[in-house]
Ligand binder design. Structure first.
Ligand code: SF4
Ligand code: SF4
Length: 469
């Protein structure tokens, strides 16, 4: 094959692979699942916009204060040392996704994903301003005019305002939102705050206003691998081909059997309401976000035709083939057991969390030394971190060998909230108390005003070899 033929073929292939985006104007839908989604949208967005304004004691109820390296979540304060909880939480989130996907398919996508939630709100604004689907299509096809400019301009202005407020709220999780609002009112926002408000606002506007279904189809990694978690017992939205085909229009009240038709009247309403623009009658497709809009609208049509509901419904592949659906199957049980164990472990661990941390580091310069009194002395560098919201005075003690002496060089150990105190200490004992060259000793740190704040940490005490004692 000569070079120019190959190049022409490549170009032809490139052109075929590129699909221009078809603009989707999803029709408004009412029904049980639409109501559930509205409930999800109102609940989740209500939480998102309201939570940063809530106060707990003297601080914001939820605040990820990165400069101070403190995370406030209601009455708890987390420090970088508590990063394990964050990792734990992420594992729980990932496992929850596996569990719920195996059990109920893409419920996350249909009801709780931020992309779905914000797109729903943007669609609602669009409908309020531009009208229903047919009016939107008409307006889209119309040439630019003063009327069109005013309508689409106001839609975009409201979208941008909402997006910027979304960005502002996002930053409010990281900077106290009341101070942020004050800075905004006085036009004295910092450069990073301004950047993140605009960046997050721009992302919201772009994703929910412009990209919409393209985020789900081309950008979301979950859409790509979720099918690996599916099996024949996973809940999916499906068209009942056996019942619906052959499709065709007919008069209301006419007997479809006489006309050799199934229950699908080929009204294409299920396609018109689909936010990703697919036809569920063509089978399960990865673009389907399980929003159940097609279920609601088809149920409506079935009602009008006096046919039983459920031509498009939540079902499983096994059920569609007339087999039994197994809800409790090995993968669901394994995910569920791990999930329960992890959640219980996290709750228990947080409930047992002590807001003080003690690290014991042996002085690396000397193994041990003998004092003038003939005692063996080891030096340690202790690191005390007060993770409580209040300052505390602590008592420090050491056990593990008989007659241990502890010398902290100070009368009182006071550590302010959030402070990390480096405390060199000396531990001494008579060599006759040593049975071996290296023994374990235990440091105990306890707040003087409450026995609930107490922690222990072990260290090694080194002494001379047996012959030298
Ligand atoms: S909404 Fe129902 S009846 Fe109408 S085309 Fe879709 S499947 Fe057929
Ligand atoms: S096919 Fe149905 S469930 Fe899937 S995205 Fe479209 S409307 Fe939603």
């Amino acid at each position: 094959m000569n070079k120019s033929t190959a190049t022409h073929k490549d170009e032809a292939l490139e052109q075929e692979l590129y699909a221009k985006r078809k603009k989707i104007f999803p029709r408004e839908v009412h029904g049980i699942f639409a109501n559930l989604r509205i409930l999800g949208v109102v609940g989740l967005l209500g939480l998102y916009y309201a939570v940063p304004w809530l106060q707990w004691d003297d601080h914001q109820a939820v605040l990820f204060d990165l400069p101070a390296r403190k995370f406030y979540i209601l009455g708890l304060t987390f420090w970088p040392q508590d990063f394990i909880y964050m990792a734990w939480l992420l594992i729980i989130a990932a496992l929850s996704l596996f569990f719920f996907t195996a059990l109920a398919g893409r419920v996350w996508c249909g009801y709780a994903c931020p992309q779905t939630v914000w797109t729903e709100v943007f669609l609602w604004i669009e409908r309020k301003i531009e009208g229903d689907r047919s009016k939107q299509i008409k307006l889209d096809k119309a040439p630019m005019s003063g009327h069109k400019f005013a309508i689409t301009g106001s839609k975009h202005a409201i979208w941008i305002l909402l997006s910027l407020y979304t960005g502002f709220t996002f930053v409010g999780f990281f900077t106290p939102i009341r101070e942020l609002a004050q800075s905004l009112a006085q036009f004295s926002l910092g450069p990073w705050e301004t950047f993140w408000i605009i960046f997050y606002g721009f992302a919201t506007y772009g994703n929910a206003g412009w990209m919409r279904e393209q985020v789900c189809i081309y950008m979301c990694p979950y859409a790509r691998f979720q099918s690996a978690m599916f099996d024949h017992d996973t809940l999916v939205i499906s068209y009942d081909e056996k019942r619906g085909d052959p499709r065709g229009s007919r008069k209301r009240g006419a007997d479809p059997k006489e006309q050799g038709l199934g229950d699908c009247i080929d009204c294409t309403m299920c396609v018109q309401v689909c936010p990703t623009g697919i036809d569920i009658r063509e089978g399960l497709q990865y673009q389907c976000i399980s929003c159940a809009a097609c279920v609601d609208v088809c149920d409506d049509i079935m009602d009008k035709m006096n046919y039983p509901k459920g031509l498009v419904r939540y079902t499983t592949e096994n059920a569609l083939q007339g087999k039994k659906t197994h809800l409790l199957r090995p993968r669901v049980l394994i995910y569920g057991t791990f999930l329960l164990a992890l959640v219980a472990g996290l709750v228990y661990s947080i409930s047992q969390r002590v807001p003080v941390e003690l690290d014991v580091i042996r002085d690396r310069n000397t193994l041990y030394r003998e004092t003038d009194m003939g005692l063996v002395e080891n030096v340690y560098n202790l690191k005390l971190i007060n993770k409580d919201k209040h300052e505390h005075a602590y008592s420090l003690s050491v056990t593990g060998l008989p007659n241990l002496e502890l010398d902290t060089g100070r009368r009182e150990i006071k550590v302010a909230s959030g402070e990390v105190l480096n405390l060199p200490v000396r531990v001494r004992t008579d060599p006759i108390n040593l049975e071996r060259t290296s023994s374990e000793i235990i440091f105990t740190l306890e707040a003087t005003n409450t026995s609930e704040i107490k922690t222990t940490q072990s260290g090694r005490f080194i002494g001379p070899a047996a012959g030298a004692r």
